[in-house]
Design a protein around this ligand. Structure first.
Ligand code: MG
Length: 301
């Protein structure tokens, strides 16, 4: 039986949506939730509340607690190959890594001698390289960071080798690069552009690139236009479907870019991640709240 929060546009969505499962609100009362990540070592999730400058932790049966009281207005999170937490910090204007001993190491805070804008979202490739977007949201006002001068000439997508510190621009033609994720075989990188947030005529789409053997991005093309709101963040499942945030909930696109269906969420969705022991939970950060549901898909790590 289809639940009222599921909208099917394509028969392929019937096995991706989980029809008899509720959309459960697990936290609320926040300002702008973002940066969800699943921590498999402890079977729990983390997310940022960017304006409140907190990172929260939730596990089934435990409830919600503050995980980090001073994350420097952190935004996106991911894990590296060793399970260490990688964080994008707006106010810190840096990408950091939480070491196994609990200390925080700054991986990068500048390019070409100039401070980064405000790293937003991040993904790690299986070779250990760290790919992140650097739009200016965290330096435009004090609300999500600290109002500051933009030092970089544009809002880039970067690739960092954390072993050598080598930092390269891999895309330089975005207005506001935001969420990013690899296809299951890492031959493709998807990057959203949320330029419409500050310009009604700005981009509101996800682009896709071929990833070369040496880590360059080739053959840029628009993968999908997001028609309700913006794709702030997204993840892929193991079959290559793209699960993206938007203004009305979570939209699901096939690898070919066909919109298959939607999970309607009562608040504007910023981001989401798969999790749980079977990777079939979807944790959804949505404005003041966080929601969890089960899906018929298996998320990528
Ligand atoms: Mg984002």
């Amino acid at each position: 039986m289809a639940s009222s929060h599921l909208v099917t546009y394509d028969p392929r969505f019937r096995t991706l949506g989980q029809g008899n499962v509720a959309l459960k609100q697990i936290a609320s009362g926040m300002l702008w939730t973002e940066g969800p990540v699943y921590m498999p070592q402890g079977n729990y999730y983390l997310w940022s509340d960017i304006p409140n400058d907190k990172v929260y932790q939730w596990a089934e049966g435990m409830g919600v607690r503050v995980f980090d009281h001073d994350p420097r207005n952190s935004n996106g999170h991911t894990l590296d190959q060793e399970g260490r937490l990688i964080s994008c910090e707006h106010r810190g204007r840096q990408v950091t890594r939480r070491e196994h001993d609990g200390t925080t190491k700054v991986l990068v805070d500048s390019y070409d001698g100039k401070r980064l804008n405000s790293p937003n979202d991040v993904v790690v490739k299986s070779d250990g390289s760290i790919w992140f977007s650097d739009p200016s949201y965290g330096i435009l006002t004090d609300y999500e960071g600290k109002r500051s001068e933009q030092e970089q000439a544009a809002c880039y997508v970067f690739r960092l080798d954390p072993e050598t510190g080598d930092l390269r621009i891999v895309a330089d033609d975005f207005v506001k690069p935001n969420g990013l994720a690899f296809s299951p075989d890492e031959s493709l990188l998807y990057v959203s552009d949320t330029g419409m947030s500050h310009d009604p005529n700005g981009p509101h789409h996800i682009r896709v690139f071929d990833v070369s053997e040496t880590g360059e991005l080739l053959n840029s093309r628009v993968f999908a236009d997001i028609e309700v709101g913006l794709s702030d963040g997204f993840r892929l499942d193991v079959d290559g479907n793209v699960w993206t945030s938007c203004g009305s909930g979570v939209q699901v696109f096939s690898p070919e870019g066909d919109m298959l269906g939607e999970i309607l969420v009562p608040e504007v969705v910023s981001n989401l991640c798969f999790g749980g022991p079977k990777r079939n939970q979807l944790l959804i950060t949505a404005t003041t709240s966080v929601y969890m549901t089960y899906v018929g898909a298996t998320g990528c790590y």
